[in-house]
Structures are given as C-alpha cells and as structure tokens.
Design a protein around this ligand. Structure first.
Ligand SMILES: O=C(CO)COP(=O)(O)O
Length: 261
C-alpha cells in the first residue's frame, strides 16, 4: 500500500441480527479491536446493520466513543413524502450514519435497481454528507463470456453519470463479482486487481487523474480472515466489503487487523 488511501473494511450484515444482537456484536468487536490496539485512523472499520439497529448502534458508538463507524445498507433516492417503506438520506444522517451501501447486487437482482436509480441514490446520499459505497460487479455468465471488465465499467459509467469531480471524490466504489458473493468462491487477488485498476482508469477518464488516484476501491465476495491480506496486497484494492465473515467476531476482527496478520 504505497499510497495515501486509508484502507476501509466494511461489514455488510445484510438481513441478519436484531438490534440486541447488533449491540452485542458491536461491543465485542470494539473490545476485541481495543485489545489489539487497533488504530481506526490507519484502517477504517465500518459495520452495516439493518435500519432497525442503527439507532442502537448510534447510541453505543456515541456513548462509548467507539472508533468504528456505521453504514446503512440502502438509502432512498427520495427526499420525503408518499414513499412507503423508504428511508431518506436526512433520516440516516440524523442517526449519524457515515456511509450508505448503494446498488448492491442483491438490490439490483431482487429489487430491480437500475444504474439510473443507483445514480439518484448516490446524489441523495452526497446531499446529506453520507459517503456512498457504490457496488458494481458482474454475474457468472458475464465473466464466462470474458465481458467482466466492459460490464463493470458500464455500471460505473451509469452510476457516476453527471457527477462532478468533487462528487466522485466523495464516494467509494466496491467491486463485488456476483459469483463470489456468499459462495465461498473468492476472486483471485489478480481478478480483484484487474477490475480495480480498470475502474480507477475509467474514473480518471471521467473526472481526472487526481480524483482517481484518491478514490478508494473495495473488493467484496467471500473475503475471510485468511484471504484478506493477499487481496489487500494488490495496489488498487483499498479495502473490503464483507458479508458472511463480518457476522463472525474473530473473522471480522482479523479482517480489520489484516495488516497485523
Ligand atoms: O455481498 C457481500 C458484501 O456486500 C459479500 O458477501 P460474502 O462476504 O458473504 O461473500
């Protein structure tokens, strides 16, 4: 990691844990990382619980002055009004949310989220000073057809359409190949690097080399304590977006402390 991009480790808890369990996991994670003398400025650590747990996590993080941050798993593109079930950027901001995961492949797949909607959600998050974690990545058929780079870059183009350099500088991109999510099939570090490098180059074309050089690009898909270091060793990979292993204390603590392994 010969760059100034602070590594970012994000635990996406998906549809798991109620707010009691969320409090427990955050407490234990904070204790474990505290024992390991984790430097949160050196490696940022973020958990992303369900909406129903965010208030509890906020109370804990604020009350105990914890170094970890928390993210929403989604955000509404709408500001307010008759949008039943939606949660707005302003509401999340009021809960001290630092990041929002946007355009996760599960939302694209099960909720038909388009690049245009992802783009609108990014703008909503940025408007409330919430950092978007914009997810892109190809399905297995696309990779098998060797179209993974073009496919993923088209998602980047769609997500970032119309954004200024300043706006792009304020977000994070996560490359999550769909075939590696929850399958135990981790992309090789070379696969992750190939796409991360291509994303950085495309962002450079879109908004300039300076913004591209500072952009944090995460890899997600079956990241565990025992493969994180190899992935993080790649020059264009600046962090990980972790599903299953983020629910297991020892695993996520090891991922957060990848540089101590
Ligand atoms: O989708 C993911 C994180 O957003 C990855 O999930 P897994 O780590 O369970 O493969």
């Amino acid at each position: 990691m010969s760059n100034s991009r602070t590594p970012l480790m994000v635990g996406n808890w998906k549809l798991n844990l109620d707010h009691h369990q969320a409090i427990q996991l955050v407490q234990k994670l904070a204790w474990t990382l505290g024992d390991a003398k984790h430097d949160y400025d050196a490696v940022e650590v973020v958990v992303s619980p369900s909406f129903t747990s965010l208030r509890s996590v906020q109370t804990l993080v604020d009350g105990d002055k914890l170094g970890l941050r928390y993210a929403a798993q989604d955000i509404s593109a709408q500001e307010k009004g008759a949008y039943t079930g939606e949660v707005s950027a302003a509401q999340l901001s009021a809960l001290g949310v630092s990041y929002a995961i946007i355009g996760h492949s599960e939302r694209r797949q099960y909720h038909a989220e388009s690049d245009a909607l992802v783009n609108a959600k990014i703008l909503a998050a940025l408007g409330a000073d919430i950092t978007p974690i914009v997810c892109v990545g190809e399905a297995l058929e696309v990779r098998q057809a060797s179209e993974h780079v073009a496919f993923t870059l088209a998602q980047v183009d769609g997500a970032l359409a119309g954004l200024s350099a300043e706006q792009v500088a304020a977000l994070v991109i996560a490359y999550e190949p769909v075939w590696a999510i929850g399958t135990g099939e981790v992309a090789t570090p070379e696969d992750a690097q190939e796409i991360a490098e291509a994303i950085r180059a495309r962002v450079g074309e879109l908004v300039g080399a300076d913004v591209a050089a500072g952009l944090r690009i995460l890899y997600g898909g079956s990241v565990k304590g025992d493969n994180v270091a190899q992935i993080m060793a790649k020059p264009d990979v600046d962090g990980t977006l972790v599903g299953g292993a983020s629910l297991v204390l020892e695993q996520f603590a090891a991922i957060a402390g990848f540089d101590r392994i």
